[in-house]
Design a protein around this ligand. Structure first.
Ligand code: ARG
Length: 460
């Protein structure tokens, strides 16, 4: 009976251990955890909270453990729950009882907050760099094709002619805003939580500013309860990531559309496509499709953390252990998507003939015809009405505007004269010579600005 009871208890213990342990994912924070511990130990010695010789032993032991981990020799133990306990337990094995001094004036609550902030800072900086690289690829593609005219769309219906470069630079702008958002997220992540203890602060004469300098934080947190229970910085990173993925997904969608037989605007490098197992003619844009698909999981992580945090009383609660996997997966998904896109875009070949040829007749110049009448004195709404009728007339007769005779034009407005034939795709573009417009001069200037921006940012 007793024997049976013990067995059940053991199974239950194992089940509970599997449920609460986080070492299989938080081991990823080992570097930040050790870096934070070393800074903490240095401070403890400087403040004479522990002896200098103890600090030396602790730092040496921590460095040895880091080596063990990096050489794959460290044995992570689920029964020790998390990365903090795993490292501390190993420290006892390596340096003996002095290991017990490491956790003076500290709690796992401010420790994990620190690890996560160090991690998020690094990853945000990496993300910004990757966004820059992607922007360079876009600028390059735009420069290579800077004279290519394409149909601009609204509702995926041909609307007005634009330069392909203008279209690509629209994405440059999106990624520029994304970078700004990550920079902004960095400002609030760049705060040292260590020294908050479990929740109320610590009772030792610690020097938080010193630790902040050691770890390159520009501020220290000013409320201990907040510092141990705040995960806003993770939410912000994930929100920024969700937005960036949304932009990447829109770009992915256009790459998918444009490489279809119907559009035929572009060809992506073979490596970024896969063939079908039964249809030999196919080149599927899988990389772009996966990026579009992965956007969903990044949104999911954002929703998960927001939901996990929404009803937590102050201060730390174990619920917060759930912050990590979503953050790690967000970071990995975003990094890999940004990297693969930057490379994929370099392989894009534009089929100039197809892009220009996609402009069906010259109906795309209807706005320019209306603008023409406005310049001759007609109020815009009336001009719009006249050209709407003219378009219908031309379309039903399967004639382009250029094929209409002047007398046909006249039946829609007496203001039309010979110079209406001077309206072309080129004149339409040139007319939009306004900041943000698609005229060749404006786009050339935008390309220069974009290049300069990236170069300046890289020089910083
Ligand atoms: N593994 C924990 C987490 O990720 C670390 C903090 C644990 N603190 C505690 N009081 N149990 O949230």
């Amino acid at each position: 009976m007793n024997h049976l009871h013990n067995r059940f208890q053991k199974e239950a213990d194992k089940m509970i251990q599997d449920y609460v342990t986080s070492i299989h994912f938080d081991q990823r924070l080992y570097r930040q955890d050790i870096e934070g511990s070393i800074a903490h130990v240095k401070m403890l010695a400087k403040q004479q909270i522990i002896a200098e010789s103890d600090a030396e032993a602790l730092i040496k032991g921590l460095s040895l453990i880091q080596e063990e981990i990096e050489q794959g020799k460290f044995q992570f133990k689920p029964e020790l729950e998390d990365i903090h306990m795993n490292i501390e337990a190993r420290l006892f094995e390596r340096i003996g009882d002095v290991a017990g001094k490491l956790h003076t004036a500290r709690s796992r609550n401010d420790q994990i907050a620190l690890d996560l902030r160090l991690f998020t800072k690094e990853e945000a900086l990496k993300t910004i760099d990757e966004l820059k690289t992607l922007q360079s690829s876009l600028v390059e593609l735009a420069e290579t094709n800077k004279d290519v005219i394409m149909p601009g769309y609204t509702h995926l219906q041909q609307a007005q002619p634009v330069l392909l470069a203008h279209h690509l630079l629209a994405y440059f702008e999106m990624f520029q805003r994304d970078k700004e958002r990550f920079h902004d997220c960095l400002k609030r992540t760049d705060v040292l939580p260590l020294g908050s203890g479990a929740l109320a602060g610590v009772s030792y004469p610690i020097d938080r500013e010193f630790v902040a300098r050691e770890l390159d934080f520009s501020k220290v947190s000013t409320n201990s309860l907040d510092a141990v229970s705040d995960r806003d910085f993770i939410i912000e990173y994930e929100a920024c990531a969700a937005l960036t993925m949304m932009h990447l997904s829109r770009l992915a969608e256009e790459i998918i559309l444009w490489s279809s037989a119907e559009f035929g605007f572009i060809e992506i490098g073979q490596a970024y496509t896969t063939g079908s197992s039964i249809m030999p003619q196919k080149k599927n844009p899988d990389v772009a499709e996966l990026a579009r698909g992965k956007t969903g999981r990044v949104y999911g992580h954002l929703m998960a953390i927001l939901t996990a945090m929404k009803a937590l009383p102050l201060a730390y609660n174990r619920d917060m252990q759930e912050d990590k996997e979503g953050l790690f997966d967000t970071v990995d998904t975003l990094h890999s998507t940004l990297r693969v896109f930057a490379e994929m875009i370099k392989t894009i070949k534009v089929n100039v003939k197809r892009v220009r040829g996609a402009i069906k007749r010259d109906y795309i110049l209807a706005t320019d015809l209306a603008d023409y009448l406005v310049k001759k004195g007609l109020p815009f709404r009336e001009a719009h009405g006249a050209v709407a009728k003219l378009s219908e007339y031309a379309i039903t007769r399967d004639k382009s505007f250029h094929e209409l005779s002047l007398s046909e034009y006249h039946s829609f407005s007496p203001l039309f004269s010979e110079d209406v034939y001077a309206i072309t795709l080129e004149s339409s573009l040139a007319a939009r010579d306004i900041v943000g417009g698609t005229s060749p001069q404006q786009v050339a200037a935008a390309l220069v600005r974009a290049r300069k921006l990236i170069e300046e940012e890289c020089a910083k």
